[in-house]
Design a protein around this ligand. Sequence first.
Ligand SMILES: [Zn+2]
Length: 107
Amino acid sequence: MSYAELLLEQVLNFARENMAKEVKEVEVEIGELLLLNQKQLEFCFSVIARDTIAESARLKILTSKAKRICAGCGMELNSDGVFCKCGGEVRIEGGKDFILRKIIIEV
Ligand SMILES: [Zn+2]
């Protein structure tokens, strides 16, 4: 299942549970490491949402960044190196989320 389908399914489930007439806006957060193309997601979503109550929903996409944390000292690093100044190894955390943040519906 593609991300667009997954998203639409969640949106429609939520809309059904809340007896929505129309879905106005959908806010989704995607991790940068998922390497999802936002334009493509928007496009796919608009295609598969056709003839559903989410058809004219505005899709708002936020990107969440991965964190680079040193396993040695626990510092969060901004550089791209594999090792921290302290000699500790750098671990990547997060950046792979796909979270439905907000849905605005009309009931
Ligand atoms: Zn360190």
